[in-house]
Design a protein around this ligand. Structure first.
Ligand SMILES: NC(=O)c1ccc[n+]([C@@H]2O[C@H](COP(=O)([O-])OP(=O)(O)OC[C@H]3O[C@@H](n4cnc5c(N)ncnc54)[C@H](OP(=O)(O)O)[C@@H]3O)[C@@H](O)[C@H]2O)c1
Length: 128
């Protein structure tokens, strides 16, 4: 019997419903992990769950919303009791020239990539 790289490991992947996050979730499951994927679009989460096929739970939410992060980690805690791997992957690529950056674009980017990232990691710590 061959041992897989992530046998028995529990992973949380933000932005796990598309792109790099989804590809990572698929690979993690192939390597033996159980994954919790998070993202805002429920339809993409549903598609991702089908595509991954097993050992996956999707939790809808926005990483810039602390209450949504609490729901994500509460779900992981209730289902598996801990996490071993966190991939803080959720992000947005909205670019603007310096002279065109608006306060709302600044807030949107920083709420996900800075504020969101900090609370994604902070709130995961008790589960490691
Ligand atoms: N691809 C590249 O060349 C590249 C280069 C540099 C950095 N990156 C970074 O790598 C990461 C993945 O990129 P990708 O190419 O795979 O992009 P992608 O396909 O657009 O995936 C981004 C993921 O993040 C999720 N997401 C975005 N905002 C979110 C929010 N507020 N709350 C929860 N989930 C959110 C999206 O799901 P929902 O829309 O459903 O929320 C989606 O699953 C991103 O952080 C991106 O900025 C990518």
């Amino acid at each position: 019997m061959t041992t897989k790289l992530l046998d028995g490991k529990i992973a949380v992947i933000t932005g796990g419903n598309s792109g790099i996050g989804l590809a990572t979730a698929q690979r993690f499951v192939q390597e033996g992990a159980y994954v919790f994927i998070a993202g805002r679009r429920q339809n993409e989460l549903d598609k991702a769950v089908k595509q991954i096929g097993r050992n996956v739970i999707a939790v809808q939410g926005d990483v810039s919303n602390v209450a949504d992060l609490d729901r994500l980690y509460d779900t992981a805690k209730q289902q598996e009791g801990r996490i071993d791997v966190l991939f803080a992957n959720a992000g947005i690529a909205e670019l603007a020239p310096l002279g065109s950056i608006t306060e709302s674009l600044f807030d949107k980017i920083f709420n996900v990539h800075v504020r969101g990232l900090l609370f994604i990691v902070q709130k995961a710590l008790p589960l490691f």
